[in-house]
Each structure stands twice: as structure tokens, then as C-alpha cells.
Design a protein around this ligand. Structure first.
Ligand code: MG
Ligand code: MG
Length: 237
């Protein structure tokens, strides 16, 4: 899983370097697809329940599961969430970043990105044997809501291993001390999805793309995290 995680990280960093005004989300897909193959991995998303691509690319008010398209041209001030999964020897890695397009991103949008990433780090810091899923959700929610943003409820993180989505579900909200206890050897994908406005989302007619109901910006960061004997190790770092 560490090897799969390294592939995902390398692909995401390469894609990040290709995010610029004028690039299309399909350009990012092409870069990722080529690199995944070069690294001897298989893409985890392509064909998953019929999803057509190796990346999810979700721009601005798109929350998750956006489909790369030659028609989606990135412009100055946009943000794009890039989510990638890879398989090595039957084991999965899954991670996401949200990247600003160009240099002139709105300060509120920049803050949304910072807070969402900070909420993921706060959740990772809570991971250790004996901690609970509620501790993780509460950590994300605390950071996000203190900044006046909202946590998406309709999508959650997940266990991951020889399948991309395994039990348990890992919500980005909850109550400290509640829920399943973490044990060494468990691996989970923690993935806060944070809206600048209200938490409500809806899915577009393409059957995949989730967008904020109020049209507000949304950010998404994700890591695959293993519970160790003493704490956590991030497999997609
Ligand atoms: Mg993901
Ligand atoms: Mg995931």
C-alpha cells in the first residue's frame, strides 16, 4: 500500500505542475494516465462503477467526482480538486489535492484551501490505536466550522486495502469518543470535502459530478493513512 501511495503522490505532484490557466481538465487526465502506466501501476478509478477516467477533476463549486473534459478550460482564479487512485500488486492508494489556478486566487478561496488542508492534518494527528472514528470526524469539523465553512455530509472517507472502498465509512463530522475504535494495521482514506457556503450538494445529470447546491466554492484534500502501533503513518505523503 505504501508503494501504491507513492505512485498516487507522484502523479498528483506531476498533475499539480500542469495546472495553469488555459489547461483543460482532460490535459491533466492525459498526464496522469501516462505517468500511472510508466510507474507500473493501474488506475483505480477508470472503470470503477463505469467512471471513465483515471482522475476526478472538480473545479470551483464542483465538490468531487468531476469528469475530465476537453471543454473544461481552467482559468485564472479557479481551483481544481484532483483525486487519484492507483493499484500496485492488488493494493490501493487514494489521495486528493485542491490546486489554485494561476496567481490571483481570491483571498477567501485561498483560506478555504488552507482550512481544508489543515482539517485533514488535524484528523491525521488524531489517528492512533484506541482513537475512534468520531475523533477523526470531530477533528475535521472543529477546524472547518471554526472558520465559518461547512463539512459535506453526503460523501465520506473510507477504509482502503485490496479494494478502494472498504468498511468503515470515515465521516468528516462526528463526536469525539464515538464510533469504531482504530487498531494497528487498519488503513483509512481521510478526505474532508469543505464548502465555503452551505453543506448541501447535488449530483449533475452526468451521474457523477457533485456540486455545491448554493454554488459556493468547495475544496477537497485526501490521504491514505495507516494506523500503526503508536500513531499513524501517511502512505500518500
Ligand atoms: Mg480519492
Ligand atoms: Mg477516497
Amino acid at each position: 500500500m505504501r508503494r501504491a501511495g507513492r505512485v498516487v503522490r507522484e502523479v498528483l505532484e506531476l498533475v499539480r505542475s500542469h495546472v495553469k490557466p488555459g489547461a483543460t481538465t482532460l490535459d491533466l487526465e492525459r498526464v496522469a494516465e501516462k505517468r500511472i502506466a510508466e510507474l507500473g501501476a493501474r488506475p483505480a478509478f477508470k472503470g470503477y462503477h463505469g467512471f471513465p477516467c483515471v482522475l476526478c477533476t472538480s473545479v470551483n463549486s464542483e465538490v468531487v467526482h468531476g469528469i475530465p473534459s476537453p471543454k473544461r478550460v481552467l482559468k485564472e482564479g479557479d481551483i481544481v480538486s484532483v483525486d487519484c487512485g492507483a493499484i500496485i500488486d492488488g493494493f490501493f492508494g487514494d489521495a486528493a489535492i485542491t490546486v489554485p489556478v494561476g496567481e490571483r486566487i481570491h483571498p477567501d478561496t485561498a483560506r478555504l484551501l488552507r482550512v481544508t488542508e489543515a482539517s485533514l492534518q488535524s484528523a491525521i494527528a488524531a489517528v492512533k490505536p484506541g482513537a475512534t472514528l468520531g475523533d477523526i470526524g470531530a477533528a475535521v469539523q472543529g477546524v472547518v466550522e471554526a472558520e465559518g465553512f461547512s463539512v459535506v455530509r453526503d460523501f465520506v472517507g473510507h477504509g482502503i486495502g485490496s479494494h478502494m472502498h472498504e468498511d468503515p465509512q470515515v465521516p468528516n463530522f462526528g463526536e469525539a469518543g464515538r464510533g469504531m475504535k482504530l487498531r494497528p494495521g487498519m488503513v483509512i482514506a481521510i478526505e474532508p470535502m469543505v464548502n465555503a457556503g452551505k453543506p448541501d450538494v447535488r449530483v449533475l445529470k452526468d451521474g457523477w459530478t457533485a456540486v455545491t447546491d448554493d454554488g459556493s466554492m468547495s475544496a477537497h484534500f485526501e490521504h491514505t493513512v495507516a494506523v500503526t502501533a503508536t500513531g499513524a503513518t501517511v502512505l500518500t505523503e
